[in-house]
Write a protein that binds this ligand. Structure first.
Ligand code: PLP
Length: 384
């Protein structure tokens, strides 16, 4: 029987829906409805209507910033000062604010190759000129960066220094230091997207860029990966001297500050210990899913396919033989009832034709196992 026939004949235990291994979201079944119900009930029982009024501070709810700082200190293991936190509607909003306020249309921004594809869309919408910097197993290639800096003057470098999307790589400590040194020398900002900082499953994590307490650094954090993306709540950690520039934006001036009601509920989730407990729980679930996926992939993938084992985050970045274009493979994947994100999505040059991204957070272990086995059948069939 051909692999395609095999794939079609095997029905999934959960029905006829395909398994899209490319989805980089939390599992619907894990989202913390009960915890947020409790947090919302707690907040509403306080009989304080401030959270339903326009906000009073552009940098966001002062009490959330205080409790968020305590929460981050516990988990980062480094100092976080509430006065350095600026509340946003998520990391994407923070990135858009920085792109609008700390760069002008036509300015150059550096991104890692590959990088988070929605950041590329965001920079394009702001009419920024995107220049890719090569990366390797330790993150940004700082030698290549230094060469680029001889001919380019970026407004900022956008980096995902921890459990990278899509590569899962973590930037080494030596290179973090070098980046800051270069940012100071060449007067550009570092925008460190640290949304996966708290999702570590193995070994030590470097302290976040935020902890460097440097005025050249913006660190982006988010409740999307640790509580729920639908909350649309996150933060920028940076020098308060930047806050007045960040606040010169119609949406913030009109609302007074971002999402006071959601901020109040999330603050209760933190003070009641619900955020800590939920984070510990999803970390365990993701740790197991990640380990299971690696084990299955090791069994089913052809030897010519390689990947780096993630130590945190959401993603695996598979390198296929040079001859395979993952866009072509995706067309064939429909017959196998699976999906993934082709590598070309992750760079403006549409490089990485023989790479693909998959994630282990959206599906449970049974579903992931089925999806990975189908991926193995698909690759075997394609290579034949
Ligand atoms: C690197 C990175 N940054 C930002 C986001 C989006 O974060 P938010 O939901 O807080 O806007 C994602 C989501 O996948 C991501 O992977």
């Amino acid at each position: 029987m051909s692999d395609i026939a095999l794939s079609k004949s095997k029905s999934q235990p959960w029905g006829s829906e395909p398994i899209d291994l490319g989805i980089g979201r939390p599992d619907f079944r894990l989202l913390p409805l009960a915890e947020l119900q409790q947090a919302a009930a707690h907040r509403c029982s306080l009989a304080d209507t401030t959270c339903l009024q326009y906000a009073s501070e552009a940098s966001g709810s002062p009490s959330l910033r205080g409790h968020l700082a305590d929460f981050l200190i516990r988990h980062y293991g480094s100092v976080v000062r509430p006065e350095r936190l600026f509340i946003t509607a998520g990391a994407s909003h923070g990135l858009d604010l920085i792109s609008g306020r700390f760069a002008q249309p036509g300015d150059t921004v550096f991104v890692e190759a590959p990088t988070y594809f929605l950041a590329l869309k965001l920079f394009q919408a702001r009419n920024l000129r995107i220049v890719s910097v090569p990366t390797d197993a330790e993150g940004v290639d700082v030698v290549a960066l230094e060469h680029l800096l001889e001919v380019e003057k970026p407004a900022f470098l956008y980096t995902i220094p921890i459990h990278h999307n899509p590569t899962s790589v973590t930037l080494s400590v030596a290179r973090r230091r070098k980046l800051v040194e270069l940012a100071e020398k060449h007067e550009f900002f570092i925008v460190a997207d640290e949304v996966y900082q708290l999702l570590n499953y193995e070994g030590e994590t470097p302290i976040p860029f935020a902890a460097l307490d440097n005025s050249r650094v913006f660190s982006l954090g988010s409740f999307s990966k640790i509580l729920g993306p639908g909350l649309r709540l996150g933060w920028i950690e940076t020098e308060p001297e930047h806050f007045s520039i960040l606040s010169q934006c119609g949406v913030i001036q009109s609302g007074g500050g971002i999402n006071p009601f959601t901020s109040a509920i999330v603050e209760s989730a933190i003070t009641l210990g619900l955020q800590d407990a939920y984070l510990a729980r999803i970390r365990e679930v993701y740790r197991h899913r990640c380990a299971h996926m690696i084990q299955v992939l090791d069994d089913v993938l052809p030897r010519t396919v390689s990947f780096t084992k993630p130590k945190g985050g959401f993603f695996l970045w598979l390198k296929l033989p040079q001859s395979i274009n993952s866009n072509d493979l995706l067309t064939e994947a429909h017959a196998f009832k699976i999906g993934f994100r082709p590598g070309t999505l992750f760079s403006p040059e549409k490089d990485f034709t023989n790479f693909l991204r998959i994630s282990f957070t959206y599906y449970n272990e049974t579903e992931l196992e089925w999806g990975c086995k189908q991926l193995g059948h698909l690759l075997a069939s394609h290579l034949r």
